[in-house]
Ligand binder design. Structure first.
Ligand SMILES: *Cc1c(COP(=O)(O)O)cnc(C)c1O
Length: 439
């Protein structure tokens, strides 16, 4: 962590040299999205005029840096879930399926597509877990190109992505072609160009790398994959709700992503899948269940996949799990994903400056891209003591997470995180690491 590049939005914020907390408060005062924090449960201090119901969180957190692993709940979701149990489930009972729930995976999918993914209607659905959707869509993709024998992936992708693709390769007798990704950066268009060829069926990559936060050039890479005659599947777990995505414009084939990270859907809320309209009639997914057929209640003798997106469903959709994310989609519609991205870059930029001021002298190294436009919503800070630092921070209600080797991950969910929280949390990292070094 040496030079500060000129494109850093905080490059010449000399206020930091003086009083970082005052600088943080000034940034909060100027933040057009600051008021969204009041819409989350458990954020202190709450403003009395926020109109929040009397829902106290038992223990309040000093700084939450893990909204990229599990987003905070919104006040609206607490009300929505309660209302659903009483009125929807309790009141409508089985009638709810005909009245609303059968279409809910597609209705919420459309809302997500337009608010955050740049996807026109009829291409995004809410389904199973990311892992299962990845399996279903990747299998459908390779099965559609039977003359091709390779899947391209990278060594630093999230474990589930690597494991699922390894399983598919064994199942279908395909070869995996590994791109050696730089763990402090990510996969480049040049590396993809070198890895694809006439045997490539499918390329699977993360848009934002879960460890480094590196933001891949999805448009350029998608074009390279198509020029090789292959299909691309983007994992959007760390982008959805934080980084603008333009699936239609980039001409992406397939995508999957989580809803419990930046979309605040709650623990284990179901994932989303995107299947480009171009491919919907061609691809057949391997888990042939009754909810994916043309006429669900015909209960016919054979599996007849539905014409559109419904064919990617398998069993009964997890309705309760997909309710809460609608409240984050409502906020995204209101403020626009670009405003969220702007705040995200400002938050990570501020965190980076504090890290340079406080943590570089303690031997901490940045393991994320320096340029704001090349990273997503989190930063990784490396030091051999970070595993122990994380344990001690959690005891103090400062919550980052830890990723091997030696990486403290600072995830800054833009709608629920303040600049003050960043300053207070990083000061705690400095103090804890300092204590450990002195021991
Ligand atoms: C979080 C994450 C997942 C999680 O998959 P689940 O099936 O929801 O457990 C998958 N891929 C990436 C890149 C992730 O960051």
């Amino acid at each position: 962590m040496t030079d500060t590049p000129t494109d850093d939005p905080f490059a010449d914020d000399e206020a930091l040299d003086g009083d970082p907390l005052a600088a943080a408060r000034a940034l909060d005062a100027a933040d057009p999205l600051a008021h969204y924090r009041d819409r989350f449960l458990g954020v202190t201090p709450r403003s009395p005029e926020s109109g929040a119901p009397d829902l106290a969180i038992p223990e309040s957190v000093v700084a939450y840096f893990d909204g990229n692993s599990l987003g905070r709940p919104t006040v609206a979701s607490a009300e929505r879930l309660q209302r659903f149990v009483v009125e929807g489930w309790g009141g409508r009972l089985i009638r709810g399926w005909d009245e609303e729930w059968m279409e809910l995976p597609f209705r919420i999918g459309d809302e997500l597509g337009s608010a955050a993914l740049g996807a026109a209607g009829g291409q995004v659905f809410i389904g199973d877990s990311t892992t299962v959707l990845l399996y279903k869509l990747a299998r459908a993709a390779v099965d559609s190109l039977p003359e091709r024998s390779e899947i391209v992936l990278d060594t630093d992708n999230f474990p589930t992505d690597r494991y699922v693709l390894d399983g598919i390769a064994r199942e279908r007798g395909l070869d995996l072609v590994w791109i050696e990704a730089d763990t402090e950066a990510g996969v480049t268009p040049e590396q993809v160009s070198a890895a694809v060829g006439p045997r490539t069926a499918l390329v699977v990559l993360s848009h934002v790398a879960y460890r480094s936060g590196f933001l891949a050039d999805a448009r350029a890479i998608t074009r390279i994959v198509h020029d090789a005659g292959a299909l691309v599947l983007w994992d959007l777990c760390h982008s959805a709700g934080s980084v603008p995505v333009e699936l239609d414009d980039w001409e992406v084939d397939l995508a999957v992503g989580c809803t419990y990270k930046y979309l605040n859907g709650g623990p284990g809320s179901p994932a989303f899948g995107y299947v480009s309209e171009r491919l919907q009639r061609e691809l057949v997914q391997p888990i042939q269940g009754w909810m994916g057929v043309r006429d669900v209640f015909l209960m016919g003798p054979e599996y007849q996949p539905a014409d559109g997106l419904r064919r990617f469903l398998s069993g009964t959709p997890p309705i309760v799990g997909m309710l809460a994310l609608q409240d984050t989609l409502a906020m995204l519609r209101e403020c626009g994903i670009q405003a969220v991205r702007d705040k995200s870059m400002a938050l990570t930029g501020f965190a980076l400056q504090l890290a340079e001021t406080w943590l570089t002298p303690l031997g901490v190294a940045l393991a994320s891209p320096r340029e704001p436009e090349r990273r997503g919503g989190h930063l990784t800070l490396n030091h051999p003591a970070m595993r122990e630092v994380t344990v001690r921070l959690w005891e103090r209600d400062v919550i980052p997470d830890y990723r091997d080797p030696g990486g403290l991950r600072i995830g800054l969910s833009p709608l629920s995180t303040s600049f003050e929280e960043v300053a207070v949390g990083l000061a705690a990292v400095r103090d804890v690491l300092g204590e450990l070094i002195d021991e």
